[in-house]
Ligand binder design. Structure first.
Ligand code: NAP
Length: 217
């Protein structure tokens, strides 16, 4: 597959790039800082400099051209103010949905968050983040794209366990970024995972089995 990853220098994204490249996929990672290009190349991905806040849909569509899937793994980050929750976490994701529609890229996988809620309290902090993420997820569901919405709990940099708990309400918990990346890779390689929205934390179930169980439900 030909896969574009937004937030290409992110911690999850770089692990996903390596997994996908090792599996033989063509991977492009969108970065805003050209100094990050070498890290993507080391992970097996082609860097594309594209600031999601600066570029409009026309420019992004032209830059990306055709692809088989988009993964939105970008985020303004916990140090950012409320404004950037809207310009990155919400608008960045929505711009790429429009690019996907225009460029006939049918598949769209988003790294959302446990607790994402379009009606979350717009408190200028974590509530605003959850609201922006929830509204982006809602737009994706309404987009007509073959979406998968992955909502991890608290992210850690622990080694991957390869075992997760995935479902509509898994309770609070944590998960290594490496396991989130493995779930994203598995979802991309599983067309039947289109239409799924699920929470994700560490658990007992091997990743492929956890995804198969979600599809069977
Ligand atoms: N932290 C948690 O516990 C948690 C829990 C659930 C979900 N999440 C979600 O998971 C996502 C991925 O996690 P992570 O740890 O991999 O995040 P990360 O390392 O912070 O990666 C986010 C990436 O987004 C990029 N970005 C920011 N603004 C951008 C812009 N305007 N244009 C293009 N790219 C931009 C950043 O680029 P720069 O490197 O240039 O800054 C960064 O590389 C988070 O963003 C968050 O929404 C987090």
């Amino acid at each position: 597959m030909d896969i574009v990853i937004a937030g290409g220098h992110g911690k999850i994204a770089q692990q996903l790039e390596r997994l996908l490249a090792d599996a033989g996929h063509r991977v492009r990672g969108l970065i805003r800082n050209p100094d990050h290009a070498a890290d993507l190349e080391a992970a097996g991905a082609d860097p594309v400099v594209a600031d999601l806040e600066e570029l409009d849909v026309d420019a992004l569509a032209q830059l990306l051209g055709s692809a088989d899937a988009i993964v939105f793994a970008a985020g303004a980050g916990p140090g950012s103010g409320p404004q950037r929750k809207w310009t990155v976490d919400y608008a960045g994701a929505v711009k790429l949905m429009e690019v996907a529609r225009r460029n006939a890229i049918d598949r769209y996988v988003i790294v959302s968050s446990m607790g994402a809620d379009p009606a979350a309290d717009d408190d200028g902090g974590f509530g605003t983040y959850l609201r922006a993420k929830g509204q982006a997820d809602q737009k994706l569901v309404e987009s007509g794209l073959a979406y998968t919405i992955v909502r991890p709990g608290g992210l850690t940099d622990d080694d991957p366990a390869g075992r997760v708990k995935a479902g509509s309400d898994v309770g609070r918990g944590k998960i290594p970024r490496a396991d989130v990346a493995a779930v994203l890779a598995a979802v991309l390689e599983t067309p039947e995972a289109a239409g799924l929205t699920f929470e994700l934390i560490s658990g007992e179930t091997p990743i492929a089995e956890a995804i198969a169980q979600l599809i069977a439900r």
